[in-house]
Design a protein around this ligand. Structure first.
Ligand code: ZN
Length: 641
């Protein structure tokens, strides 16, 4: 299953200030790029084997009472138990494969009661008949009032998450009510008209935070303290003569911009999935991560929505982190600011280490403008750098430069002679707050151009459990991935390499536990093996195929080479290489990719994945890709003796 990292995802709901946390489960929809034209690479899958036995109806997807996310058409798959029966689901004839599996894409049936619907399956072979009623849940239906009455959706009036804002920032409230009504927001002695948005029945009002607070907070209730004050706001929807009323409770605190709170970013003690020493931050309240900040980083906070906190990196740049990832410092603690003095690099056999000392552990973002360059941006930093020592013992740095940018940003650009293999940073923070940065840049290993895998340490991560997809006959993705991983480990060993098999049993393992194991084992490459599934609502046929994912630019050429290796070996459709915000590929210490060789849900793929021959083809495809990538690196090294 794709996007296996089960991160809490936000669903933007109509309530003011925003949202509720959706439970994590099921597949996060992948990018819908539409069906790929067939025939790019002709598939040569083994034929689906023939299975004869009693009729035994099983639905693998959707799970019993699982809530699906679409209401028009969706896929349903499972098995009849035998290849010689016919199958009808909700009146539609469905093809049964020789092994009894089926995959249908059908209109979603109407609700039977509440939000429950069901698939009615009927299998027949001669006089032998089996039936199955398989219930599942339809997408939640938004509240609808009685026809002819005026209403306000109670869900849109739920108490709002606590919010911190700075003066000047816009506060927005939305509610759902009868379309085409007149909707008012009553705050203190003022009333404000809420305007219906382009979505019928959704009304919006926005106002500058501090002015709104002054109006909405009764003088006796307003504390202006370090706590949030609960604003009670009235909502009225009026249609002709009738009125619906509701109340919103909105906890709000206006921050003093001259004395913003400070915090230290810290991983929770025992984070789910393991610890990796990094705090992930995103540019928006929801969405992918774009900054990986080292444990101990000190930050300025200037906003909060529920358990999401807003970091101020520069006056124009914000980042969002989770409450669990930070520790508030006492009010009045200083903001992260520092001069950046001299820098020094030390050359070690396998890495370069840069060390520098700061008044505080500043937020630092790292980017890779090209294969040989790293760019560090330090926020809250002023450059007084007189000297940068490139390090003795071998020329590894081509040149380095620094510049001061607006918004107290210091940028260091390091151009390396060799390509960037990986990097990581860590802070040592003294009780005084002073902090020492250690930034390590990993050198590529010396590759044997004749036997590129000789001596190379390859981390092989069979994806799942937890989570993971199932095929129509119940084959579990975690088992398929493990079988392929074990073969790949053997192939790596046969090629002279040292495999590090991250999981060799069927026990659940956290995503960061996997990457940390690879780092501890001093692996040089990380490959996570998966098999894909589609999100609800997509017609599967024509969308199945092979893909590879990467996150950091220094992993891209590995992803491309392994994708090519898998295509040549598996001969499935080319879905291409994807950039993807996946936990295991965010690890930056070595090139790290994730493969989605085939699709669990496609009957012919599932049947193939059960065979050791196809598993071997998958493993060999990855191996050939790694070898090709290493050859490329060896060529690089040849041209830079
Ligand atoms: Zn998976």
């Amino acid at each position: 299953m794709k996007f296996s990292l089960c991160e809490r995802q936000f669903s933007l709901f109509v309530a003011a200030f925003i949202t509720q946390l959706a439970a994590c489960g099921g597949t996060t929809p992948g990018p819908d790029l539409g069906p790929v034209p067939p025939g790019i690479i002709e598939s040569v899958l083994p034929p689906i084997p023939s299975v004869r036995g009693p009729i035994r109806l099983t639905v693998e997807y959707p799970d019993s009472l699982q809530r699906i996310t679409v209401s028009d058409s969706n896929f349903v798959f499972g098995t009849v138990g035998t290849g010689d029966a016919t199958l009808i689901i909700n009146g539609h004839f469905v093809d049964v494969n020789p092994n009894g599996s089926f995959l249908a894409f059908l209109p979603v049936p109407e609700a039977e009661a509440g939000d429950t619907a069901s698939y009615q399956l009927l299998a027949r072979r001669g006089d032998e008949v089996d039936t199955l009623r398989h219930p599942f849940l339809l997408p939640e239906i938004p509240f609808k009032g009685e026809p002819g009455t005026v209403w306000i959706d109670p869900a849109s009036l739920d108490d709002l998450p606590i919010r911190w804002a700075i003066p000047g920032e816009l506060l927005e409230f939305t509610v759902r009510a009868t379309p085409a009504a007149e909707v008012w927001l009553d705050a203190g002695s003022e009333r404000y008209s809420m305007i219906e948005t382009e979505v019928a029945g959704v009304y919006r009002f926005a106002m500058e935070a501090e002015a709104f607070y002054r109006v909405a907070c009764a003088p006796e209730d307003c504390t202006w303290s370090t706590e949030a004050d609960s604003l009670r706001l009235g909502v009225r929807a009026i249609l002709t003569d009738s009125t619906a009323r509701g109340t919103i409770v909105a906890p709000l605190r206006i921050l003093d911009p001259s004395n913003l709170p400070a915090a230290v970013l810290r991983e929770p003690d025992e984070p789910a999935g393991g610890a990796d020493g990094l705090i992930n931050a995103r540019p928006a309240l929801t969405g992918p991560y774009r900054w990986l900040l080292a444990n101990g980083t000190r930050v300025t906070l200037d906003g909060r929505v529920g358990n999401r906190w807003r970091i101020r990196l520069t006056p124009e740049l914000e980042a969002w982190v989770l409450e669990d990832d930070l520790e508030l410092l006492p009010q009045g603690s200083s903001q992260p600011r520092s001069k950046v003095g001299d820098l020094r690099f030390e050359v070690l056999p396998d890495r370069l280490v840069m060390r520098a000392s700061f008044a505080a552990a500043l937020p630092i973002s790292v980017s890779e403008p090209d294969d040989h360059t790293l760019e560090l941006t330090m926020f809250g930093a002023t450059g007084v750098t007189n000297r940068i020592r490139e390090g003795a013992g071998g020329r590894l740095i081509d040149r380095v430069e620094w510049e001061q940018l607006p918004g107290e940003r210091y940028r260091l650009r390091i151009h390396f002679v060799e390509r960037v293999w990986g990097y990581r940073s860590s802070w040592t923070v003294l009780p005084t707050g002073r902090a020492h940065l250690q930034f390590e840049i990993r050198r590529p290993p010396a590759i044997d151009s004749v036997s590129p895998l000789r001596g190379r340490r390859i981390a092989i991560d069979p994806g799942h459990p937890g989570a993971g997809a199932h095929g129509p006959t119940g084959y579990y993705e975690g088992d398929a991935n493990l079988a392929i991983g074990r073969i790949l480990a053997r192939l790596v060993r046969e090629a002279g390499g040292e495999p590090v098999l991250i999981r060799d049993d069927t026990l659940s393992m956290g995503l960061y536990e996997r990457t940390q194991l690879a780092i501890e084992a001093r692996a040089e490459i990380f490959v996570s093996i998966h098999n894909n599934a589609l999100p609800d609502g997509l017609r599967p046929v024509g969308r199945e195929g092979t893909s590879a994912y990467y996150y950091h630019p220094h992993s891209h050429s590995l992803a491309v080479a392994v994708q090519q290796g898998m295509l040549s070996s598996l001969r499935l459709r080319d879905l291409g290489v994807f950039w993807g915000d996946l936990a295991v590929t965010r690890m930056s210490w070595m090139p790290a990719i994730l493969t989605e060789g085939a699709f669990m849900m496609i009957p012919s793929h599932e049947a193939a994945l059960r065979t050791s021959r196809f598993q071997e083809r998958y493993a060999r495809g990855i191996l050939n890709g790694i070898e090709e990538f290493l050859r490329e690196v060896a060529w690089d090294q040849g041209s830079h003796p």
